[in-house]
Design a protein around this ligand. Structure first.
Ligand code: SF4
Length: 340
């Protein structure tokens, strides 16, 4: 089914109903870029504070390209998926070095920057530079699956490819407004989990799912990736002077370069925990169970048991920081923050 009947009603609706979000005040590519990267996997309400803080500290590409890693991670702390922040900086360095500090203006040039995929390149190119390219994310796939009454699995790359091609064919002279209209409709009206607000929808006359009562069945989402479970014993180790032990995670892999509470893979009895702590050259005087917690990453689930440990001896392998320093200077992923 051609998507052309939805184009004009959607743009008209977007002009009337768009939310006045901070990154919509101008069409500056730096602002759109930062907001789009933050919004991946994170809700708008949660992003607002981070966005303001980030732009205060790093108002342009040059500042971002020069920021030190700990400051960057601190600005990102709590947003998760930290590779997004690292890629922002890498891309900023590339813009400074290879583009003379000027933001690339085309989809193809944007796509070559680290951390910028099809969706983000499409969003920036269409919103900031009026290039007629779509920006297809999960919201857009849901809306299109419902409009077309299509039962393809929206998590498969071939579905995204087909939707991208069909949207490309109907791109209007205001591609940014059309793309943002689709995204906005997905967020405000054509909601996920079977509860779209069809009575308020500007394109319901063209919608197959609405007409045929399929809104609760669509989109079809069948996950094909296997999740991995990791059990961790995590220690909140406090020395006699009140300082807490932290360490830096490896430079590669999950949460790389951030800080963490000392931990051991697996769950263990108290004797085994004491043995491990002693092997780290600590002198535990007290080990008490604090809480169970779970943290969900893209393909991994951490199941954590946290223990409070008092130690008479500080081991050199850890950094010993005050609570204040931990808050202000050491980026600690949410997985660990929720234990303290
Ligand atoms: S009519 Fe309902 S299901 Fe169809 S696009 Fe609009 S909100 Fe979504």
């Amino acid at each position: 089914m051609s998507l052309s009947p939805i184009v004009e009603p959607l743009i008209g609706w977007f002009d009337q109903n768009k939310r006045l979000l901070p990154w919509r005040r101008d069409r500056a590519p730096y602002h759109v870029w930062i907001s789009e990267i933050m919004l991946q996997q994170t809700r708008i309400e949660a992003v607002m504070g981070y966005y303001a803080r980030f732009l205060d500290a790093l108002p342009d590409v040059k500042h971002l390209s020069e920021v030190d890693d700990d400051t960057l991670m601190k600005l990102w702390e709590g947003l998760g998926y930290y590779s997004r922040a690292r890629n922002l900086k890498k891309a900023a360095v590339m813009i400074m070095e290879e583009h003379g500090g000027v933001f690339p203006r085309t989809y193809d040039a944007l796509r070559r920057l680290p951390g910028i995929g099809d969706y983000t390149a499409g969003a920036i190119a269409s919103i900031c530079f009026d290039e007629k390219v779509p920006a297809v994310d999960g919201n857009v796939l849901r809306v299109i699956a419902r409009i077309q009454g299509n039962r393809e699995n929206v998590l498969l790359p071939q579905t995204k490819k087909r939707v991208t091609e069909e949207l490309t064919r109907v791109m209007p002279t205001r591609p940014g407004a059309f793309n943002e209209g689709l995204m906005e409709l997905g967020e405000l009206v054509c909601l996920p989990n079977g509860i779209p607000l069809c009575e308020r929808c500007p394109i319901r006359d063209a919608c197959t799912a609405y007409r045929e009562g399929l809104t609760e069945e669509l989109p079809v989402r069948i996950k094909t990736t296997k999740r991995r479970r990791v059990d961790l014993s995590v220690f909140i180790i406090t020395a006699e002077d009140g300082r807490i032990a932290v360490e830096k995670r490896p430079e590669k892999g999950l949460l790389s370069g951030l800080y963490q509470l000392p931990n051991l893979e697996g769950f263990h009895d108290e004797a085994a925990l004491a043995e491990a702590l002693t092997a780290w050259r600590l002198s535990p005087t007290e080990i008490t169970f604090e809480k169970d917690a779970k943290h969900v990453f893209t393909h991994i689930d951490w199941f954590m048991k946290a223990y409070r440990v008092q130690t008479a001896k500080k081991a050199d392998r850890f950094l010993w920081v005050t609570e204040e320093e931990l808050k202000s200077a050491y980026p600690l992923p949410t997985a660990f923050q929720k234990l303290i």
